[in-house]
Design a protein around this ligand. Structure first.
Ligand code: LMR
Length: 396
């Protein structure tokens, strides 16, 4: 039976991570997969996580099942971070949430929920979007389309083209937007643009599907939530998927959440039962460990304060590195203006190079980017920035 299967190329992101691991060049630099790296090139376990984990382990009395929706205290605490404790949708009981195996598990749950609610629904992805959005949501059975987003020439959002596309959509269309730190381009919507989208979606009956995997890594926990909170307040129906991979550094623990905002409390109860039923059908129950850690951090004042501080350090470092690499490229008289990198947010930006140039960076200089030219700025540090800048200028 399996002889009918065809071999597939390695994953566009995780495949590059594998190539990097195999490379024994001492000067190799990993700007590929979206994991935070500190100045020493390590992806550390956050101090708040280390402490919370010890507490969880020493107090845990059982490994029995938690439940289909996962850890209730996690769900409540993460909802508060996402929407704010006093958000009107929370107060009126319009939000239903399940803990999921990472943001990807959350997207899959969301995909199945959409299909179940409306079989012929169409989900519109930004062009470009996270390379796994399309295969993941297609596997859930969704019909997918693309809307224009990044203007590669001007290094910004082509908002007029976006609006033109959305003006043709209506009931049965969902638009997937990145809450902040757009992956892969780093170009985020301004508040004014979120406001305009909320108006448009409201008038046309479009449902926002918000992927919010990087809260706290652009401008701040509250600032980054502007679009998510606005949509949840203004619109009757919204889907939000979040992840604790990046802002808690819990990548391998697979911690995320899917929230559905419904029209009213009655409908929210229906959504909750369906979220649970979908989760049960895919993976039965989410893993507990990472969510127990997050819940512990968010429910302990001291640990929360450490987390806020550690998150701020990651964010500030990312933003500083953006300026650093732009300066280094300028110093070398790079034949292009890279200043856009400093105004983008999160881990990613496009260098604006071809696939051939990205391969040259990797093969000749051992600098690993995605073949789309996406870099993870967190992989830059004081010791490798000159080398990285030299390599980029050399391949241009
Ligand atoms: C990325 O975009 O590099 C990260 O989100 C990791 C992944 O799973 O693709």
């Amino acid at each position: 039976m399996f002889q009918s299967l065809k071999p597939l190329p390695p994953d566009a992101i995780i495949g590059i991570m594998g190539l990097f691991r195999e490379d024994d060049d001492p000067y190799k630099v990993d700007l590929s997969v979206g994991v935070y790296q500190d100045e020493g090139g390590n992806t550390p376990v956050l101090e708040c996580v280390r402490q919370a984990e010890q507490q969880v382990l020493s107090e845990q009395k059982t490994k029995s099942y938690v439940g289909i929706a996962g850890n209730a205290s996690f769900n409540e605490s993460v909802e508060k971070i996402l929407f704010g404790a006093d958000h009107p949708a929370r107060k009126t009981g319009r939000i239903s949430s399940v803990q999921t195996p990472g943001g990807s598990g959350g997207l899959s749950v969301a995909g199945h929920m959409i299909i179940r609610a409306q079989r012929d629904a169409q989900v519109w992805l930004s062009d470009p979007s996270w390379p796994n959005h399309l295969p993941l949501l297609r596997l859930a059975g969704l019909r997918l389309q693309q809307y224009p987003y990044y203007d590669y020439k001007n290094h910004g959002i082509d908002f007029d083209a976006m609006i033109d596309t959305f003006n043709k959509l209506g009931v049965g269309d969902l638009v997937l937007l990145h809450g902040c730190c757009h992956n892969p381009c780093g170009a985020d919507l301004s508040r004014d643009q979120w406001d305009r989208l909320a108006d448009l979606f409201e008038s046309r009956g479009i449902v926002p599907f918000l992927d919010f995997a990087y809260q706290g890594l652009a401008e701040g926990l509250e600032e980054d939530a502007y679009g998510v909170r606005l949509m949840a307040e203004r619109l009757d129906e919204v889907i939000v998927v979040t992840s604790c991979s990046k802002n808690f550094g819990l990548y391998r623990e697979r911690v995320g959440m899917t929230s559905v905002i419904s029209k009213d409390v009655k409908q929210a109860k229906v959504a909750q039962s369906n979220l649970g039923n979908v989760a049960r059908g895919i993976y039965s129950m989410p893993p507990d460990h990472g969510a127990a850690i997050v819940s512990r951090v968010l429910n302990d004042n001291e640990l929360s304060a450490i987390w806020i501080e550690e998150l701020a350090q990651m964010r500030e470092r990312l933003n500083d590195l953006r300026h650093l690499i732009v300066d280094k490229l300028n110093e070398r008289g790079a034949p292009r203006d890279f200043s856009f990198i400093a105004s983008e947010r999160g881990m990613f930006s496009f260098l604006g190079i071809s696939q051939e140039q990205a391969i040259r960076l990797r093969e000749e200089f051992h600098v690993y980017t995605l073949e789309s030219g996406r870099i993870n700025v967190a992989g830059i540090n004081q010791s490798n920035v000159d080398y990285v800048a030299d390599a980029i200028v050399a391949i241009l």
